[in-house]
Design a protein around this ligand. Structure first.
Ligand SMILES: [Zn+2]
Ligand SMILES: [Zn+2]
Length: 276
């Protein structure tokens, strides 16, 4: 699954940022992953949301040790979806920790060796990342029986107070995670705050809410409905899979703008998955 292009990306920067007292966002240059759970309440347990790139495991393990202590392990790994930049270290970490990996049941075929994603569409944008996207891994992985469907009642194992929301469009079984108490939204690739298709924007990480990364998105009508659904939650803090976290008024205003101008802001003018 390793690609030279991606190795280049993932060595540029790795950083982490505490966005609430119990959420640490780890940034692997092009993608984020989160440790969710309070370091001051270790007995309550914690979860890992998404797993970064193929070579992100070491950084994640260091962050875990620093935050929760040596040989601490999560109650669960939660995947927003199965794209390579979110599942990169899932095989290694789920094996090491011997923990279940939860995803939407429609996403399970991609992580249990049954189905491949379509090849990314490079024609959606003129940006360099879009042009490189056919080289991105899109083939199935197989984590076997560790892969489990998320509970039907909307609860999230290892994350009390959170619920998962089906937000299809980018992939068929894509989910977002929401906590009512402080209105925190972990949006995976349903939303992003960086123009992922262009390398310049990835590098400068300009803050502005956008739709899902274009080259991988397969259903734009569903993607639009999902964005509306997330707007209706009135989140106060957005943690996207790509880009910086955004809060408060900046979030509310830009999310509203994205809903109202979805076709202009988010949807590519052309592409294999764009209806004419
Ligand atoms: Zn994705
Ligand atoms: Zn992604």
């Amino acid at each position: 699954m390793g690609s030279k292009i991606l190795e280049g990306f993932s060595t540029i920067t790795r950083s982490s940022q505490e966005v609430t007292s119990d959420i640490l966002v780890m940034n692997f240059t092009i993608v984020t992953a989160c440790l969710v759970g309070g370091p001051n309440n270790r007995t309550a347990g914690w979860a890992l949301v998404d797993t970064g790139l193929e070579n992100s495991a070491d950084f994640i393990l260091e962050a875990v040790e620093e935050r929760f202590g040596k040989s601490s392990r999560p109650q669960a790994i939660i995947l927003t979806h199965g794209h390579f930049d979110h599942i990169g270290s899932v095989l290694e970490l789920s094996k090491l920790w011997n923990v279940p990996v939860y995803a939407h049941r429609l996403e399970l075929p991609y992580i249990t060796g049954k189905k491949d994603y379509p090849v990314p569409d490079p024609t959606v944008d003129k940006g360099l990342v879009a042009k490189m996207s056919p080289a991105f891994p899109h083939k199935r992985i197989d984590i076997g029986s560790r892969a489990v469907a998320l509970p039907d009642d909307g609860s999230v194992p290892g994350m009390p107070g959170w619920r998962w929301i089906h937000t299809p469009g980018h992939t068929e079984g894509h989910i977002s995670l929401f906590r009512e108490k402080d209105r925190v939204l972990i949006a995976g690739d349903a939303l992003s705050t960086v123009e992922q298709e262009s390398l310049v924007s990835v590098a400068t990480q300009k803050e502005r809410i956008r739709g899902p990364p274009k080259y991988f998105t397969i259903d734009w009508n569903a993607a639009k409905s999902s964005v509306k659904q997330l707007r209706d939650l009135r989140p106060l803090l957005l943690i996207p899979g790509h880009g910086q976290s955004v809060r408060g008024e900046e979030l509310t205003e830009n999310l509203e703008k994205l809903v109202n101008y979805f076709n202009q802001i988010a949807k590519p003018d052309q592409g294999r998955f764009v209806e004419k």
